[in-house]
Design a protein. Structure first.
Lengths: 237, 237
DNA sequence: ACGAAATCTAAGCGCCCGCTTAGAATGACC
DNA sequence: GGTCATTCTAAGCGGGCGCTTAGATTTCGT
């Protein structure tokens, strides 16, 4: 048995220990440097006041580590270096924080998927590119991905419906690619609906187990999953 | 576009709305008849006092619907028809409830997987049977599966370590089956570790999206996923 | 330099949390 | 039918929750 086997199992099965109570001003508690950099980068394009950005990234970390309902607005405020009341200058409620995180996160995913979809008209190349892109995104931004995939039930009904629209777009694109491949005779898919479900399932679950400290880079995982997707689509490589 | 397409997308993307506050004595709030029957069945073999069993099944429902941290012990007590203090006659803490749920759930999964593994020595039949079994279990007992897969971080360190042992057994069995198939020349798997990860990922994510009200029976889904597993393993059927 | 707008804090409101305690009901056994 | 362990409830403790309010401080166009 190779030494990396244990690491692999830990990667799959171990949940991160619940975070210690954050110290004030400790904006990136519990995140390693690479993860914090990626997280900050991911939110750089959003037109936000610095304090609002710190609140959002702090909320992502807290929600991912302890769950939405278990996270106190006081914790989020402390991560952003604000007093408990400081949160409500920028966001009217804790749920609004989650909604904004979910919105920005889902829009980012949709953009990544769209970009991957236009690289080629060939269903084979397109399926591999799309699945690789979704997978790499879920790995690189696994903290955000955790929140937007596993805390949807905490959104209000209206917000959840709005997010569902974005998710449907991703679903449609994967399904359409499968159908195109079947029509072109390069895929063999007896159950397009079920296989679409399985493909997205595979990429979403990455958010549950992926750790930046593992030995697998997001893009490497993306390529592996892209190849697995072609196999699942019945493509004879 | 077929009418069932919308249902399929809902199946994949929609989270169940947060449950209404349970009424006292309402032991199966939010579960349909089939789901409640399955849940009760799953716990029938456990040697437990009736009240303890009602507390455990009530806790499963509550944890699955709203999350561990968001669930009040008062809610669990009400589902079991007890006063808030009645919980502590049977369990010393809320975490102990989660631990017992996790233990019973994981033991059940391991049993199901072991039973599927002995049906055949042929890696092809065995992989299909094992993946189909895990998938069907996660679909049939998706309420329990949700709790034991997504609330692990809420366990104490000792309890989490104990559960990890059971999970490692499942991981080993899938990995060994892949390796046997490669050695026998019936599988083509460039990355056994990553493919094992992906296979288990696929089955676990069923707990996130599966609804008993969907048009797909647990065993049907198991067969679909068993076939997908063989494709992912590079078996030429 | 100054007044207004934006941003932030100290304090705290009403409520719900996990869990404990004291003692009442229950039921199996002699 | 009395005994006693078990099971349960009513009441409540200390504390944390989301969020509000009143007012201090900072920022900035003029």
């Amino acid at each position: 048995m190779r030494a990396s086997d244990d690491a692999a199992r830990a990667e799959q099965w171990a949940e991160p220990p619940e975070q210690a109570r954050p110290r004030p001003q400790d904006g990136a508690a519990g995140l390693d440097a690479a993860e914090a950099r990626d997280l900050a980068q991911a939110w750089l394009d959003e037109p936000l006041a610095p304090a609002a950005r710190r609140l959002l990234t702090g909320a992502v970390e807290a929600f991912a580590a302890r769950g939405y309902h278990a996270t106190a607005t006081r914790d989020i405020a402390a991560r952003a270096g604000l007093s408990p009341a400081g949160v409500y200058v920028h966001f009217p409620s804790k749920e609004e924080l989650l909604y904004q995180i979910s919105l920005i996160g889902h829009r980012g995913t949709v953009e990544v998927v769209r970009a991957a979809a236009v690289v080629s008209d060939d269903p084979v190349h397109r399926l591999r590119a799309v699945i690789a892109a979704i997978t790499a995104w879920h790995a690189r931004y696994h903290t955000t991905a955790r929140v937007i995939n596993y805390e949807m039930a905490a959104l209000t009904e209206q917000h959840r419906a709005q997010i569902a629209t974005l998710r449907r777009e991703i679903d449609s694109l994967v399904r359409q690619t499968l159908e195109d491949g079947v029509a072109a005779g390069v895929f063999d898919v007896p159950d397009v609906r079920g296989t679409t479900l399985a493909l997205l399932s595979l990429t979403i679950d990455v958010a549950r187990w992926f750790r930046a400290t593992g030995d697998r880079a997001p893009e490497q995982l993306g390529e592996l999953y892209g190849d697995l997707a072609l196999r699942m689509a019945g493509h004879r490589g």
